[in-house]
Ligand binder design. Structure first.
Ligand code: G3P
Ligand code: CA
Length: 268
């Protein structure tokens, strides 16, 4: 829906750097989207959640444990849920050392900081609202922040897709801001696609649940903006799988290794 050609778009297949170029830099950090840009990719994916004091932050797990040094900094606070820490506390954490000492000192970005860097890098964003059931009102709050940073201006709408595993969350985003491109994460049965097409422009399934027939079925429905639904498959990190899934006719591949996917699809 939002694909103007640039390095990183391979023929008809858009390549999206999952959590940034997360095979090569710590996921969901400014370093990972800088790495995607350096490799020549325009689309990045991220995960958005909320702190105890209401700040939107970019992190995948509902706990800080795996991707930060929270256990050392706040030893008594297990299970270290994002929602139980303030933004100031999270700002003290190291989100890079777990990945490599070379990234020591990398922070968990706030969504505001993250969007500034996406803008700085001239990138495009597949924004995932993660665990929305934990954060009532996160859809409205996310849209407000995006609007404040001009991301909902007509001229920028082609650079943004909002996705979630929660159909309710995506329905809410569509209702609040019908102009925004939206994606449902999952593979609804063919009989359900007509309903999903009322509020989602894309259907983004795990590649393992795909077949050429399913991709064709998805393409046969028009989405809320009157264009055929598209399919971005995740998470494809090796060349044979990239070739196979691209052959199903998907519109995009979400990957930790965008360079590997680009090479597999034949433009390197
Ligand atoms: O963008 C698709 C993918 O991010 C969904 O899975 O767990 O990596 O957020 P996950
Ligand atoms: Ca995600």
């Amino acid at each position: 829906p939002a694909s103007d050609a640039r390095a990183g778009d391979v023929g008809a297949t858009t390549v999206i750097a999952h959590r940034g170029a997360s095979a090569y830099a710590p996921e969901n950090t400014l370093a990972s989207i800088d790495k995607a840009a350096q490799l020549g990719f325009s689309w990045v994916e991220n995960d958005v959640q909320r702190t105890k004091d209401g700040e939107l932050v970019v992190i995948h797990d509902d706990s800080l444990q795996r991707t930060t040094n929270v256990e050392q900094v706040f030893p008594g606070r297990a299970p270290w849920k994002v929602k139980d820490f303030t933004a100031a506390e999270i700002a003290r954490l190291d989100a890079g050392s777990w990945y490599s000492p070379a990234y020591a000192g990398t922070r968990v970005p706030t969504l505001k900081e993250y969007m500034c860097q996406v803008e700085h890098n001239h990138e495009k964003l597949l924004l995932e609202i993660k665990n929305p059931e934990l954060y009532p009102g996160i859809e409205q709050q996310t849209l407000k922040l995006l609007g404040n940073q001009s991301w909902l201006d007509q001229k920028h709408l082609g650079r943004l897709i909002v996705q979630s595993f929660s159909a309710d969350s995506i329905r809410t985003v569509h209702k609040l801001r019908p102009a925004v491109t939206t994606a449902y994460l999952g593979a609804p049965g063919v009989a359900q696609l007509r309903d999903y097409a009322r509020f989602a422009d894309l259907i983004n399934p795990s590649y393992g649940s795909l077949s050429p027939a399913y991709v064709s079925a998805v393409h046969s429905f028009d989405g809320p903006h009157g264009k055929p639904l598209e399919v971005f498959a995740w998470t494809v990190n090796d060349a044979p799988t990239a070739r196979k899934v691209a052959g199903y006719g998907v519109d995009g591949l979400i990957t930790n290794k965008p360079d590997v996917v680009r090479a597999a699809l034949g433009s390197d």
